[in-house]
Design a protein around this ligand. Sequence first.
Ligand code: ADE
Length: 281
Amino acid sequence: MNFHILTLFPEMVLNGLNTSIIGRAVNSGLLSIEAVNIRDYAFNKHQSVDDYPYGGGAGMLMQAEPVYLAWKAVEEKIQARRSLPAENGAPLTGETGVSAPEQQEISMPPETTAKRSRVVYLSPQGDVFDQKMAEELAKEEDLILLCGHYEGIDERVLEEVVTDYVSIGDYVLTGGELPAMVMVDAISRLVPGVLHNDVSAEFESFQDNFLEYPQYSRPEEWHGKKVPPVLLSGHHANIEKWRREQSILRTKERRPDLFAKCELTDKEKKWLEGLEIQKEI
Ligand code: ADE
């Protein structure tokens, strides 16, 4: 999968995504993360990309043209790669930035009926990012993430290029870079091979809206607290049952909003009712 992050702070996103699991996946070619500096597409000699908002108000806005040119260069490059024979169209590896002149040499293929890549604009006004959205976006071959800064971006370019508005939560950050990094991380770990262990992406928090069960490692006793004996029993069916029950209890207690969407079997419902009755006695 190829991420293309349009930003005024390319080092910020690249430095934040070059370590641990994501860094390894980039080095092994499973992912590519390209940070495109919008300032490279400034159209004035001062390389400024922001200006005062019409109608007044606090702060500066990012202007439409540099954002548009940066997006166009990236989209043209994606379309050019896709129009190549399969092996050349494979994911780009370990990419860390694109220079403006190199991109501008590539033009859109003549039959521009090609499907445009999705462009996510990170904004507190967007749909709230969740695991389901991460799963859906992980199916894309290319994803363009547009990061605003200052007071945002001129509305006209957003209307032209953005396909999805996404927020990472109901709070306001200084820019879209951290949200873009959050999205890249959450989506990347769902790309086959990135976690080396596809089971761990499957059985974890938010699987069918359940939170993950508690986990323990050595030693068997720590600060007087013992590992639940069933986990030492080697009895796989019992361990599975215990984990499922813990997931149910955890979700009910910590995330009643998610629990309301969870589907329990009749047996599990009865078991839970039994526990409630015991608590009341
Ligand atoms: N930009 C500023 N705040 C944001 C948020 N909460 N989510 C996504 N982008 C943002």
